[in-house]
Design a protein around this ligand. Structure first.
Ligand SMILES: [Zn+2]
Length: 417
């Protein structure tokens, strides 16, 4: 064999196969490789794996390989059909370098997987980068995640956070467990019922469950029941992220009540209706314009203005140190009393929620749990949901959470052949 032929076969990783490169044409936008069986040909049965030494017939098929710079790389491969003794049907031979995505080579699929696993490119990016169709890249991404997740174990958690996330608006929930120490999602399961969290504890096993010290979560009853059953020793801590979220929602609900169903003048209602974002910001982060509208609010509706200031004051609760728990408790009681006085229904409901859960709220102070972890993960999941199409499949959505915010990370290893 000539030296150059040898190099061409090595470039295509064909040296260990029963195929060889017989011709290469370099064109403007593509390179076409012609690949045929070696002279001393044999064919491998795709069913039983035995060698056959005669072909029934042969035809050219096309495979896409890893691009050569900006040129597409197309392999025209002469494929045989054989009549093996394992069945008496004519079937195609097994080609070791062809992937299960029939028009791609195995090593191209490996390469696409690696690019996707860097987490630097979305399925759409990769589709454009390689000029492939979306469905194929989506399938490759789904398959590689499914393969890699099998290799990832659950670390031993000490402090966990449990949260639910909706997959489609209002229905199809998933349960997410985060390890607060490594700040990564370690578990995602379908649904937001007790059994969704039970599954996690069951897989973890009694010994590892007994080592969990704290659990922070929204006060969702089914999760509480699961925690009581599997980790009764763990200290329950309210998740600061959810507390703040509820408080913001209470203010927003008050704003809506005043701007839609109230007896205020239409012009005032209009102003209040447009204040959604102003009421979200902290005063210290407000622009001149927002500060002006806040001053205006003080003149046209005192209760909502007071509610805003009262919300601002609530953040002081998170600054108490573990040695100041008593002070934190007094602070909460005063805050609840003042909240009732303002007279807005939604804020009163929030105050009632605080009153009922004072103990788990005070555990925030004791454990110094911050909202940063949940905030970060929620932000990432919103990005995942926003990644256009392709998230119709719940399993894929769950795998993507494990990859983008979880222990799956940017791991890649080749598939076993
Ligand atoms: Zn066979």
């Amino acid at each position: 064999m000539a030296q150059s032929d040898h190099i061409l076969n090595r470039l295509c990783d064909l040296q260990e196969t029963n195929f060889e490169v017989v011709d290469v044409q370099v064109k403007d936008i593509e390179i076409i490789w012609r690949i045929k069986h070696r002279e001393e040909a044999f064919y491998i049965c795709s069913r039983c794996g035995e060698k056959c030494f005669s072909a029934h017939d042969k035809e050219w098929i096309e495979l896409d390989d890893i691009p050569f710079g900006n040129k597409r790389s197309i392999w025209k491969v002469k494929r045989a059909r054989i009549l093996c003794t394992c069945t008496n049907f004519v079937r195609v031979e097994k080609i070791s370098f062809r992937s299960s995505h029939h028009h791609l080579t195995k090593r191209f699929v490996d390469y696409i997987e690696q690019v996707l696993c860097t987490k630097m490119f979305t399925v759409s990016d990769v589709t454009r980068l390689f000029g492939l169709d979306y469905g194929t890249v989506y399938k490759i991404d789904h398959e590689v995640l499914l393969r890699l997740i099998q290799q990832v174990g659950i670390p031993d958690p000490i402090n966990i956070a449990v949260d639910e996330k909706s997959f489609k608006k209002g229905h199809n929930y998933v349960t997410i467990v985060t390890d607060c120490d490594i700040k990564k999602v370690i578990w995602v399961s379908e649904g937001n019922e007790k059994k969704s969290l039970d599954q996690f504890f069951q897989i973890l096993g009694p010994e590892r469950c007994s080592k969990i010290k704290t659990v922070s979560k929204d006060l969702w009853q089914p999760y509480s029941l699961s925690c009581q059953e599997f980790i009764p020793q763990a200290l329950e801590v309210a998740d600061p992220f959810h507390v703040v979220k509820r408080l913001n929602e209470a203010i927003d609900k008050s704003r809506k009540e005043l701007s839609v169903g109230s007896e205020l003048q239409v012009s005032k209602r209009k102003v209040i209706s447009n204040m959604q974002w102003v009421l979200r910001y902290k005063q210290e982060n407000m622009s001149e314009k927002h500060l002006e509208s806040l001053e205006h609010l003080a003149k046209i509706n005192e209760p909502l203005y007071k509610a805003y200031l009262h919300k601002e004051m609530f953040f002081e609760f998170f600054t108490f140190k573990p040695s100041e728990v008593k002070g934190a408790e007094d602070f909460l009681i005063k805050w609840i009393v003042e909240a009732y006085k303002i007279g807005l229904v939604a804020l009163q409901e929030f105050a009632l929620y605080i009153e009922r859960n004072t103990k788990v709220l005070l555990n925030i102070v004791l454990t110094q749990r911050s909202s940063a972890i949940s905030e970060g993960i929620n932000r990432k999941i919103s990005v995942i949901k926003g990644m256009a199409y392709g998230y119709r499949c719940l399993q894929y959505f769950m795998l993507k959470i494990m990859q983008r915010c979880g222990v799956l990370g940017s791991l890649w290893t080749p598939a076993a052949s």
